[in-house]
Design a protein around this ligand. Structure first.
Ligand code: CA
Length: 473
């Protein structure tokens, strides 16, 4: 009996121990679960942020690839023009081929270096099979969307920084050309963003006074500019209305700075500066131009402003319906030519607007009367057919499990002193052989404009231009 009782005691004790052990284990599991959940949450966050950091970096590099490839495309233009020159001579024996806006075709031409969709679009355009090409494209990591806009196709508000009266008067003409048409009257009849009233002349003068280094008040009246020089000093407008900044008296460093100027609010911005922020081709003003507007690449609204700068009394500058048909006709003609330059020279444009040339009759068909410029010679000085300043907006896109990382880089390139690819090839040969070809690159110049030794040309300004602005967003 004793033995049986002792046995039962042992069994009970063991059960107790087991229950204790079970509780301990359960507790341990609870503690571990809490701990692991915490660790997992932390590491998941760290992992996700590392992934997004990685994708941002990839996207930025894809965007930079888009910029560099676009620079290469722009640099190839002189070679393309050389190929086209004989064809152009057949049509126009006296003229020279104008600059070809090769950058307009970046989407197709750069396709093989982009994703598979880009490669396909190139194959269709050029009718070539890229399947045998090696290491082409971005290898499925993502793609870039690059848009190139020549800043010389826009009105350059920085020309007033040159300080001479001619540049200031030319800017005044162009600004008034843009602002004057009567369809914009309502914009100047309401309070601006600072609750002030600013008419066209005040805003035009405010832009010029902001940029020019002197403190003389700008009359912004092109007809009397010469006579009214010395029309008093610039006022304390910005202080008077309680703003914390002063007139800059120097060139704009970025387009956004224009928003600081008297009378420039959202409505003005959306009408005369940058109507469609996602479409830089629609932009009208710039701070990075050479000072002349390229009539081959300018959009219709900018062309209208330029025409009205030279001929403020023309019908299309006074009658909104004529202005609308001008814009429509320009869009139509441009759709026919698919990006090919319309004008061989500034003079061609002037003749066209006067109703002559090949395109003039199209304008007449669109109901646009021939334009009488006040001074065709002066008009020729504010326009060009050759762009040297370019903006590249390149967005790198990295897809990852249903989400997309996008990084946009906006770069502005100055090609004014860039050597051509042919020059560099010759200079490279001269360096390699030690023999300087007497016919070689006399047109390769340094930044100061002095001719460079052919061998030195290699370290002159890159054929891909100089970066003057770089912004990542
Ligand atoms: Ca000033």
């Amino acid at each position: 009996m004793k033995a049986v009782r002792a046995h039962h005691r042992r069994v009970r004790a063991r059960r107790k121990e087991r229950a204790m052990a079970l509780i301990m284990v359960l507790l341990a599991i609870v503690v571990l679960t809490v701990y692991l959940t915490e660790v997992q949450a932390e590491s998941t966050t760290a992992f996700a942020s590392a992934l997004s950091e990685r994708d941002r970096l990839r996207a930025e590099y894809l965007a930079t690839s888009g910029i560099n490839l676009s620079r290469m495309l722009i640099a190839s233009e002189p070679s393309v023009r050389q190929v086209i020159e004989p064809l152009f001579k057949l049509m126009n024996p006296k003229g020279r081929a104008p600059q070809i806006p090769v950058w307009e075709f970046g989407d197709q031409v750069l396709g093989p270096y982009n994703d598979s969709a880009g490669a396909e679009s190139f194959s269709q355009l050029a009718n070539v099979d890229l399947s045998s090409g090696e290491n082409l494209g971005l290898g499925g990591l993502g793609h870039f969307d690059a848009v190139v806009v020549d800043e010389d196709s826009k009105i350059d508000v920085n020309i007033a920084a040159r300080g001479d009266i001619i540049s200031r008067t030319r800017l005044a003409q162009q600004l008034l050309g843009a602002l004057s048409p009567p369809q914009y009257n309502p914009l100047f009849e309401q309070e601006d963003a600072d609750h002030q009233f600013s008419d066209r002349q005040s805003i035009c003068a405010a832009i010029i006074d902001w940029v020019d280094s002197d403190e003389e008040r700008e009359p912004c009246d092109p007809r009397t500019a010469q006579a009214t020089q010395g029309g008093g000093s610039e006022d304390n407008y910005y202080q008077t209305i309680g703003l914390k900044y002063f007139r800059k008296n120097a060139a704009f460093d970025s387009l956004e700075e224009l928003r600081l100027v008297r009378g420039i609010g959202d409505d003005f911005w959306a009408t005369f500066v940058d109507p469609e922020p996602r479409k830089p081709k629609a932009r009208i003003m710039t701070v990075w131009g050479q000072g002349k507007v390229n009539v081959n690449t300018a959009n219709a609204q900018t062309l209208l402003a330029i025409v009205c700068a030279g001929a403020p009394d023309a019908e299309l500058c006074l009658d909104p319906t004529k202005a609308a048909s001008f814009v429509a006709t320009v869009a139509l003609v441009k759709s026919f030519t698919a990006g090919a330059p319309l004008f061989g020279s500034p003079k061609d444009f002037i003749v066209t607007m006067q109703g002559g040339g090949t395109v003039g009759p199209f304008l007449a068909m669109g109901g646009i009367k021939p334009v009488a410029f006040r001074s065709p010679a002066e008009m020729a000085k504010i326009i060009t057919t050759e762009s040297k300043m370019f903006s590249i907006y390149s967005t790198g896109v990295v897809p990852d499990h249903g989400r997309e990382t996008r990084v946009t880089v906006h770069a502005v390139l100055d090609f004014r002193h860039a050597a051509t690819l042919a020059d560099l090839a010759r200079a490279g040969q001269a360096t390699a052989t030690g023999v300087v070809d007497a016919t070689a690159p006399t047109n390769v110049t340094g930044i100061n404009g002095a001719a460079l030794d052919p061998a030195m040309a290699q370290i002159a300004v890159s054929p891909a231009g100089n970066v003057v602005y770089w912004r990542v967003e």
